[in-house]
Design a protein around this ligand. Structure first.
Ligand SMILES: [Zn+2]
Ligand SMILES: [Zn+2]
Length: 275
């Protein structure tokens, strides 16, 4: 049986973290032919991330202990090859030095398999938090254009830091349906990914949102494949029932585009999984 990878799931906010809950996640993964499961918890949830948290919304959530997260997962990984331990770290340019230090701390004090980077904030606006503020910010053609430009600038800066193993949901800003007015910066990201040897996830969570397509869409993925940019697959599940969700139709589509392998990270090393 061919196995897949789900490189981006969350557990802490909807589940108690222990070997029983991990086992349930793992059972669900196996049912969906997933042989590699990446726990990619939000870094802002941890007390140890205090220095990189840049607003009150995040600070209100920094209640978990990174040490415990790592320890419980590492115990489970030991008896369950295929478990990958990581974090999803926010990129925020005003906290770059602190983020660099945090990443260094993570890489030296723990055996994380991977550290992913994502952009959820433009300044003080959390772009995926609610539909109302989204449509307020994106109320005219001009503001849509501005926000898309700012967002892609942040993604570009993030990739160029080379701090992260993986770019999460590269065009999350489309979440509630404001359409990209056609943007050179977006297509230019392919070059930036290539130049920085950066891997990209196809995150199917967009299929559950008003935009109803993965982040990024298949047109962009096709161009990435033409440039041999390493691709992985993610559900971004925040609960066990969503692990591997929509993977059957997505994999079919990716194979049609010519995808031959997915990548995953183990002990910081990029590996290939032929599908
Ligand atoms: Zn995210
Ligand atoms: Zn996520």
């Amino acid at each position: 049986m061919k196995t897949l990878v789900d490189h981006h799931i969350h557990i802490l906010e909807k589940s108690v973290l222990n070997s029983e809950s991990l086992d349930r996640y793992w059972q669900r993964a196996q049912k969906n032919q997933i042989g590699f499961l990446g726990f990619s918890e939000h870094a802002y949830l941890f007390q140890q991330a205090e220095s990189i948290n840049f607003n009150q919304w995040q600070k209100n959530k920094q209640v978990f202990d990174l040490e415990k997260y790592y320890r419980v997962l590492a115990g489970f990984r030991q008896k369950t090859p295929g478990i990958l331990i990581g974090l999803e770290v926010d990129f925020y340019p005003e906290r770059l030095a602190e983020t660099r230090a945090f990443i260094e701390y993570c890489r030296c004090c723990y055996d994380f398999d991977f550290l992913s980077g994502s952009v959820h904030w433009i300044g003080d606006w959390g772009i995926d938090l609610d539909k109302e503020s989204y449509h307020e910010k994106m109320s005219s053609e001009q503001t849509v254009r501005e926000k898309y430009n700012q967002y892609y600038d942040l993604i570009e800066q993030m990739i160029e830091t080379r701090l992260f193993d993986l770019v999460c949901h590269l065009d999350l800003i489309k979440i509630f349906g404001a359409v990209d007015p056609g943007n050179e910066k977006f297509w230019n990201l392919i070059k930036i990914l290539k130049q920085n040897d950066q891997a990209l996830e196809v995150n199917i969570n967009g299929l559950n949102k008003p935009i109803q397509e993965p982040y990024p869409g298949f047109g962009f993925v096709k161009k990435c494949l033409e440039q041999s940019i390493p691709i992985t697959l993610s559900s971004d599940a925040h609960e066990e029932s969503r692990v591997g969700e929509h993977f059957d139709i997505t994999i079919k589509e990716l194979r049609n585009l010519g995808l031959k392998n997915l990548i995953y990270y183990e002990a910081g090393q990029r590996k290939k999984l032929f599908i």
